[in-house]
Ligand binder design. Structure first.
Ligand SMILES: NC(=O)C1=CN([C@@H]2O[C@H](COP(=O)(O)OP(=O)(O)OC[C@H]3O[C@@H](n4cnc5c(N)ncnc54)[C@H](O)[C@@H]3O)[C@@H](O)[C@H]2O)[C@@H](O)CC1
Ligand SMILES: Nc1ncnc2c1ncn2[C@@H]1O[C@H](COP(=O)(O)OP(=O)(O)O)[C@@H](O)[C@H]1O
Ligand SMILES: [K+]
Length: 508
């Protein structure tokens, strides 16, 4: 799904009104009624005190429409109008009048000197204060109200955006932002929902299709693409019957050092579990028995050094090489990487210490074959591209780096970002159980495998990241978050592929 900016979305609102010949009030009614239906589906008439905080713009207008429907369905609703300005929007005013027609319990005005209403932990708060129209940080008494809501401990549902959150910048230290438990956002996801600095504000996310014109949305340039099951399934290459192992790639994984042979074992297991036809490992001598015993399906070549990699096996005919897990950053090992980059012209996958070597000796970056895939976690990324002020700057720096060296960056995290020049792909699978040693090694194996099987490099990265996360989700549902081992992620890749083509109960 496309991630769009606030400007694109409000433009799409306006264009849709023209195309569908509807008023903005009608569009608001449509959007907010969908929100009401979601709430009604879950509350099912429960007599919980509902407190709706409405701004005076169109986000507040949504809040008023939701209030009207809830009142008409006999919910206990109290509406507060947060009077941060006197410039009420037309649709806010229209819906204010409509609300007065269905209740005598009129909205209460909250102004600068008003004592904030008490909010119990058992209340249900609806945040309709600011949406995508936010144009400056929320401070002063409005900020105090936002903090008051956050401190209440009540379940908070944000409409479109948690109030105080911008779509295109981080809120800033002093600014107040609603910490929502759930966000129902309109039409398309927003980038801030997925960035490490801001993702916690939105809580659980649901995107509501409010029926903006499909053709119009198709024509817009995405700020980024959110990758879910549907997008991943579209990238997957089905295996044909009439094939043999030579059709599925011959990958070489160069990794490990004394005490870190397990890492390369994880990568190779993941490559084979992801469908590689042939998988060979190039490791220091000390790992030979370990790997031959641990993974009989793999072939093993050893370096002349017993404890670390010191060379690249130039005579080995692989179609993809992955380098870096557990290798350390010794000079000898740097030479091994240099030899690889000087002798291999197809895309390579570089992870972990391979990245740290590149960071220490940036001249090596110029040797990277075009479309190579680099898979840094944030620490490795910082060493590679330098410090950033905030997540938005990080993404710009990463795009510049990707363009300059013509490589694909896979920035790992709760939502992994794959960056290919100006294009960004945001992963939407995975769970915190995957914050465990070796899960990155598994990811490199999955990506390497897909690259070896002939996927376009960016698809190998994006699909690999998604399946790695989905496999982690399957493993977590079996073992629980705490017990998840990186090896479990590798083992479940096949199940993850199957799941791509299963229909979820809710979709049916
Ligand atoms: N037809 C439409 O355009 C639709 C709009 N919808 C809703 O409309 C929202 C956008 O509405 P608006 O553009 O009216 O904007 P908001 O309701 O988000 O904000 C209202 C106004 O507050 C002012 N403001 C911004 N930051 C402020 C701050 N920190 N302190 C004080 N005042 C501040 C701005 O002048 C802004 O226009 C969406 O998020 C969505 O909820 C939906 O009803 C769907 C249809
Ligand atoms: N909270 C999380 N939610 C989703 N995925 C996660 C989470 N934590 C970690 N991961 C994933 O697990 C992997 C961790 O990689 P990395 O930090 O390199 O681990 P290691 O170096 O131990 O192999 C990445 O693919 C990352 O996206
Ligand atoms: K809001």
């Amino acid at each position: 799904m496309k991630i769009l900016t606030a400007e694109q979305l409000s433009e799409a609102d306006k264009e849709t009104m023209k195309i569908q010949d509807i008023t903005s009030e009608e569009l608001m009614e449509r959007a907010a009624t969908l929100v009401f239906k979601e709430i009604h589906k879950r509350l099912n008439g429960a007599p919980i005190p509902i407190k709706i905080f409405c701004g005076i713009g169109n986000n507040g207008g949504d809040g008023l429409v939701i209030a009207r429907h809830l009142i008409q369905h006999d919910y206990q609703v109290k509406v507060y109008v947060v009077n941060y300005s006197d410039k009420r929007s037309d649709d806010f005013l229209a819906n204010y009048e409509k609300l007065k027609e269905v209740t005598n319990n009129w909205p209460e005005l909250i102004k600068e000197d008003t004592r904030f209403p008490e909010i119990g932990t058992g209340d249900f708060v609806i945040d309709a204060i600011f949406g995508i129209g936010l144009n400056r940080p929320v401070k002063g008494w409005t900020g105090d109200l936002v903090e008051h809501i956050n401190d209440s401990g009540a379940f908070t549902l944000a409409i479109d955006m948690p109030s105080g959150l911008f779509t295109d910048q981080v809120p800033g230290e002093e600014a107040a932002v609603i910490e929502a438990d759930y966000t129902l956002s309109f039409q398309n996801p927003k980038l801030v929902f997925y960035l490490p600095q801001t993702m916690d504000y939105s809580g659980e996310l649901q995107i509501l299709d409010i029926g903006l014109d499909k053709e119009l949305l198709k024509s817009l340039d995405a700020q980024a693409f959110l990758i879910d099951k549907e997008e991943a399934a579209g990238m997957y290459h089905h295996r044909r019957s009439n094939t043999h192992k030579g059709d599925y790639g011959n990958v070489l994984i160069m990794g490990g050092s004394f005490g870190k042979i397990g890492s390369v074992l994880l990568t190779a297991t993941a490559a084979l579990r992801s469908g590689s036809g042939l998988c060979s490992l190039y490791i220091p001598g000390c790992g030979y028995n370990i790997v031959q015993t641990g993974l009989p399906e793999a072939m093993v070549l050893t370096d002349e050094d017993d404890k670390m990699l010191s060379a690249y096996p130039n005579n080995f005919d692989a179609n993809v090489v992955c380098f870096g897990m557990g290798v350390g950053t010794e000079e000898k090992t740097k030479n091994a990487l240099k030899e690889l980059l000087e002798n291999f012209s197809d895309p390579v996958v570089i992870d972990a210490d391979g990245l740290n070597i590149l960071s220490k000796d940036k001249e090596l970056l110029d040797l990277l074959p075009e479309n190579s895939i680099l898979t840094p976690h944030p620490g490795e990324l910082k060493r590679l591209i330098g410090e950033w002020e905030d997540d938005f700057e990080k993404l710009e720096m990463a795009k510049d780096f990707s363009e300059k060296y013509k490589v694909i960056l896979v920035i790992k995290g709760a939502h992994t970002f794959t960056i290919n020049g100006k294009s960004m792909y945001v992963n939407n699978s995975g769970n915190p159980g995957m914050s465990t040693a070796g899960s990155g090694d598994v990811l490199s194996g999955v990506i390497t495998s897909f690259l070896g099987q002939g996927y376009e490099p960016v698809e190998a990265a994006v699909l690999g990241v998604f399946l790695h996360g989905l496999s982690g989700d399957i493993a977590a549902s079996e073992f629980g978050l705490e017990s998840l081992l990186a090896g479990d992620i590798a083992k479940n890749i096949g199940r993850a592929v199957k799941k791509l083509f299963e229909r979820d109960a809710v979709e049916e």
